[in-house]
Design a protein around this ligand. Structure first.
Ligand code: HEM
Length: 443
């Protein structure tokens, strides 16, 4: 994920057209694709030829080498299939009240009358959501320890990223702090896994960890082919997967770490960008406040989708070719990486007229093609937590807009700053709350 900055890639697209090659030290040859037809070919291509796990291998040091993000081929298909159920629409819907409660509690501590960066607050909310809904942690001491250690793992700079992509370095002195943080997180995650396996109530639990433990070894078909967007959205919530071997503790640890890392700062950053955009667009903010008050989820969803279009959090996704492929009118050799240039497509006036305008209406009631709207990547690797992220987005946004009155600002837009593999607002999305509101009582 993330190979070059948006401005540079945009400039290359203007200069060289919709397919261009970069040769990057330490990464080799990378072919960017900005034509939706070529992107469609990649997402629909044979997963044995388009390796995403290999392209994400720099995350192995943190996520572990059995993480669903870094594996490919049949083993990826099987592991991903086992992980569908907790992220199916009905399972996610069951988590909405807890997400709202977590958000409301956090918002109650936001300062009134002073400007502050909202990104760290959003991170606290989304971390708590993952800890309680995905991991299912409830022991207060362990929750406190996880709250403390996870941000240390996610706030890594380029120096530490180097060690994560080359785990042998972790044994060396300069990286000892990072190694200790990973060891501490592992200790806490393994404790959760042991406790969950022994839980007499395992069968009734709704956290993703319990579902992953239950979701193996059965002959009953999951009813969803692993990977397709439709399947991910339409999975029935049945937590059994056809014939797959159960996950070992080590695999469970790797998947939990993956869900924590992939699902926490990404959603927090999307939410921060939403407030950064809304506070610079008074009319849209007023409509969003009304929508939150009226329970109009469609408009809040349109705000979420438009935010992720104009400020995609993960900048682009890569696939390493395992065989020669004809793409964009060229025969591309095995071994190179192809990158659907999400940020370029999202900024294309041909696809989105006046693309640099923040305009949620363009998303309302519209389903864009997966090769034109791709904040969650695509094909058999499309974000496993996309439904979860969009529900969380809607619920947290609704709580914010119902509970506080935001000041608008005429300050220039915040720039994008690279944090690990995502783009965050460079000043942390600074906002100012004018006053607190009394939220409408639920019917
Ligand atoms: C706004 C929030 C989010 C964004 C923008 C986002 C974006 C992405 C992207 C771009 C990918 C790579 C897709 C590809 O290679 O085609 C991905 C993969 C993934 N995401 Fe997300 N994500 C978000 C939230 C979440 C959440 C909440 C979870 C889970 C709790 C999650 C779990 C995953 C997993 C497990 C994968 C790996 C899927 C695979 O390789 O099969 N993500 N995400």
């Amino acid at each position: 994920m993330l190979w070059c900055g948006p401005r540079f890639v945009g400039a290359c697209r203007r200069r060289y057209g919709p397919a261009f090659t970069l040769r990057i030290a330490s990464m080799g040859t990378v072919v960017y694709l900005a034509d939706p037809a070529d992107i469609k070919a990649v997402f629909a291509g044979d997963p044995r030829i388009y390796h995403a796990g290999e392209a994400n291998s720099m995350l192995k040091g943190l996520l572990g080498d059995t993480s669903v993000l870094v594996i490919d081929d049949d083993v990826h298909r099987d592991r991903r299939r086992l992980m569908l159920a907790p992220f199916a629409r009905d399972a996610v819907a069951r988590q909405a009240p807890l997400i709202a409660e977590i958000a409301a509690e956090n918002i109650a501590s936001w300062p009134v009358g002073t400007t502050f960066p909202v990104a760290p607050r959003m991170s606290q909310i989304t971390l708590e959501v993952i800890l309680r809904t995905v991991i299912g942690a409830s022991d207060p001491a362990r929750l406190a320890a996880l709250r403390e250690v996870m941000p240390r793992l996610l706030s890594v700079g380029p120096w530490q990223t180097l060690a994560l992509s080359n785990p042998k370095l972790l044994a060396r002195r300069p990286w000892r702090g990072l190694r200790e943080a990973i060891a501490e997180a592992d200790r806490l995650l393994y404790a959760e896994i042991t406790e969950r396996r022994a839980d007499p109530d395992l069968g009734n639990r709704t956290d993703a960890l319990a579902m992953l433990i239950r979701a193996a070894g059965s002959d009953v078909a999951a009813g969803a082919a692993a990977g397709s967007d439709v399947a991910a959205g339409a999975a029935t919530g049945s937590d059994v997967a056809a014939g797959a071997a159960p996950m070992t503790d080590r695999e469970l640890r790797d998947q939990l770490m993956t869900l924590l890392v992939a699902g926490h700062d990404t959603t927090a950053t999307g939410l921060s960008w939403a407030l950064e955009r809304l506070t610079r667009h008074p009319e849209i903010l007023a409509r969003a406040v009304q929508a939150a008050r009226d329970g109009d989820d469609d408009y809040l969803d349109a705000v979420a989708k438009e935010t992720l279009r104009i400020r995609p959090v993960v900048f682009d996704v890569g696939r390493i070719l395992k065989a020669p492929v004809e793409l964009a009118g060229h025969l591309l050799p095995a071994g190179i990486m192809v990158v659907p240039a999400m940020v370029v497509v999202h900024a294309s006036d041909a696809v989105y007229p006046q693309a640099d305008r923040f305009d949620p209406d363009r998303m309302a009631g519209v389903t864009h093609s997966p090769s034109e709207y791709l904040p969650f990547g695509g094909g058999n690797r499309r974000c496993l937590g996309a439904t979860f992220a969009l529900v969380e987005f809607r619920v947290v946004l609704r709580e914010v807009l119902r509970r506080v009155e935001l000041d608008t600002t005429e300050l220039p837009a915040e720039r994008r700053r690279l944090k690990h593999v995502i783009f965050v607002p460079h000043r942390g999305a600074r906002i100012r709350i004018r006053s607190r509101r009394v939220p409408p009582t639920p019917e």
